[in-house]
Design a protein around this ligand. Sequence first.
Ligand code: NAD
Length: 270
Amino acid sequence: MAQDILKGKRGIITGALDENSIAWKVAEKAHQQGAMFTLTNAPIAMRMGQINKLAELTGSQIIPADATNMDDIKNLYEKSIDVLGGKIDFVLHSIGMSPNVRKNIPYTELNYDFYNKSLDVSAISLHKMLSSAYKMDALNEEASVVALSYIAAQRAYPFYNDMAEAKAMLESIVRSFGYHYGKAKKVRINSVSQSPTKTTAGTGIKGFDDFFNFAESLSPLGNASAESCADFCVALFSDMCKMITMQNIFHDGGYSNTGVSMEAMEKFKS
Ligand SMILES: NC(=O)c1ccc[n+]([C@@H]2O[C@H](COP(=O)([O-])OP(=O)(O)OC[C@H]3O[C@@H](n4cnc5c(N)ncnc54)[C@H](O)[C@@H]3O)[C@@H](O)[C@H]2O)c1
């Protein structure tokens, strides 16, 4: 494995709640590759999570921020630039939450206040983070922003509930802001559409374990792990991917391009 591909780069990593979090693995890998970064999460998650342990492991400072709150986001950039000693080279958006999913409300009966909250936390927060950075000029030229998505943005996944709309919106923000930030400062913005992964957010979805097994049986390479997702995020942050922007890239072991697998066919043998 190449070493130090993020040497000298300064970043912000959102969404590390516990060791299972995709963001946790990204922080570990970015640290191994020589990056300096700050860690952030919603103040409430700080109390429940184990982020202090990760901060110790990676020599990072924690700056609490609710990603829906513009004042918190501004403070996050100001403090990060101060702590890291310069503007930011990479940002990981690894944030998702739906009150409708949490409360097991069926898609056909969505609570609309909750619906707005799902979109705000899981998608509009990316726009807020980008627009704050844009106004503050907080990102360096050629910085790289990565958000995490899921294939329910394009296809119907009944159990994914209103998170499907949140991910569709997230991917649209990636394209739209990618255009503006690319023109202005060559900043790259991409989303990584990840396999089902056993994390707090993932396993909070009803029927997750069954679906995890289904996806595993359909993907020629099997489900992509959180660790391999982190490797890919680090590659996107690096200078090896300078011309990739406004993309949603499937990181799913081939699942998205597989119609049916022989293993799945076996189950329906007549
Ligand atoms: N786990 C999966 O199967 C899977 C698959 C594809 C994409 N993703 C996406 O990956 C990302 C990370 O999720 P994960 O699976 O690592 O789960 P996770 O539960 O570990 O991470 C979700 C994070 O979002 C944070 N968050 C929630 N509300 C917030 C707010 N208002 N402000 C700031 N942070 C807030 C949580 O505290 C948590 O740290 C999410 O966008 C998720 O949708 C997950």
